[in-house]
Write a protein that binds this ligand. Structure first.
Ligand code: FMN
Length: 350
């Protein structure tokens, strides 16, 4: 199907309430009714922590929580797809309604609460597509009622390792109470220490995979410094900046702005890009960064790349612009490539 038709499809499903619209979209994609993009210009290719991406525009976690349609999204033109968040045991998530379109703000608020069918079903789907090309990552989290959250992450990492191209450790969802406390220095050191051990075992058995950490946008300077210092020595391969925000900018227009949950889309762009820049400064090239938050155009993606990201991810803009946006972003990046400051280029390129 052409991207134009698919974008019209996006408009058509938007007459439904947000969650039924999302379910309908997944069903259409599963039925093979997604768009097909053409092959990428080699100039778009990037190396992200050893992953060879045909282009730097990824699908952010949360769209395909159960890993049902990664290949359809790769076909739509994404350079990589992150499935999840998946938890060890299936869970229903929060009561509905829990997903809101803030149309006037080109934004979304969600308090889904890691609804997913559990890591066993997820891994079975990953395994079923393992022979296909394309970078598909697994984003792992903890069950809401877990008595040992660290153990949930270790369990998730072990189970997805064999068939995931990379693993993202998500400690930044605002919708699982207490989860973001794992971003404090002592808790993060503990978590990353346990994950490093589990990872060493998996690497010996099945080979290397990059492991990324996904952080919240609501961090102050001290928290950024503490996380940067911790991840530098943790063996992690990159940071995803950022998840949704619990802040509500004063200029939001939609009546849904009062809903609890994480805000994403256009109003998140400035905050998440500033945070990306802060991490780029604090880490000074020690780890690759993936920029997410409010990307809705080629200019937005370029700004993230210029702020220090090696690759980007998006989700909310798909709701408003449809999958044709991915091609438009890539065309825009080709037409006017990002200007990367010389200090961030690899030594050989300078
Ligand atoms: C409906 C919805 C569900 C999400 N679920 C997850 C999730 O399960 N795990 C996660 O790491 N991020 C999740 N996110 C956050 C996105 O991956 C992304 O970090 C954030 O929305 C910012 O990007 P955007 O402004 O392009 O949407 C979700 C976002 C939305 C809108």
């Amino acid at each position: 199907m052409s991207a134009l038709l698919a974008d019209l499809g996006t408009r058509a499903v938007r007459v439904l309430a947000p969650e039924p619209a999302h379910r309908a979209t997944i069903a259409l994609l599963k039925a093979g009714l997604g768009p097909s993009d053409h092959a990428d210009d080699p100039a778009l290719a990037v190396d992200l922590a050893g992953l060879k991406l045909p282009n730097p525009v990824g699908l952010a976690a949360g769209f395909d929580k159960d890993c049902e349609v990664p290949d359809a999204m790769l076909r739509a033109g994404f350079g990589f797809v992150e499935c999840g968040t998946v938890t060890p045991r299936p869970q229903a998530g929060n009561p509905q309604p829990r997903l809101f379109r803030l149309v006037e703000d080109q934004a979304v608020i969600n308090r889904m609460g890691f609804n997913n069918r559990g890591v066993v079903a997820f891994t079975n789907r990953l395994r079923a597509r393992a022979h296909r090309p394309g970078v598909v990552g697994a984003n792992i989290g903890a069950n809401k009622d877990s008595t040992d959250r660290m153990a949930d992450y270790v369990d998730g990492l072990r189970r997805v390792w064999l068939h995931a191209s990379y693993v993202t450790v998500n400690i930044s969802s605002p919708n699982t109470p207490g989860l973001r406390a794992l971003q404090t220095r002592a808790a993060l050191e503990d978590l990353l220490g346990s994950l490093a051990e589990a990872r060493a075992v998996q690497t010996r058995a099945h080979g290397r995979r990059p492991v990324f950490l996904k952080v919240a946008p609501d961090l102050d300077e001290d928290e950024v410094r503490a996380i940067a210092e911790t991840v530098r020595v943790s063996g992690l391969d990159g940071l995803i900046i950022s998840n949704t925000t619990v802040e509500r900018p004063a200029d939001l227009l939609s009546p849904h702005k009062v809903e609890a949950g994480g805000l994403s889309g256009v109003p998140l762009f400035a905050r998440s890009t500033r945070l990306l820049q802060e991490f780029a400064d604090a880490l000074d090239g020690a780890l690759p960064l993936i920029g997410a938050g409010g990307i809705a155009s080629a200019d937005d993606a370029r700004a993230k790349l210029e702020a220090g990201a090696t690759a980007v991810q998006l989700y909310s803009a798909l709701v408003y612009h449809g999958p044709g946006l991915v091609r438009r972003i890539k065309d825009g990046l080709l037409k006017r490539p990002p200007q990367i400051p010389a200090r961030r280029l690899p030594a050989a390129a300078i």
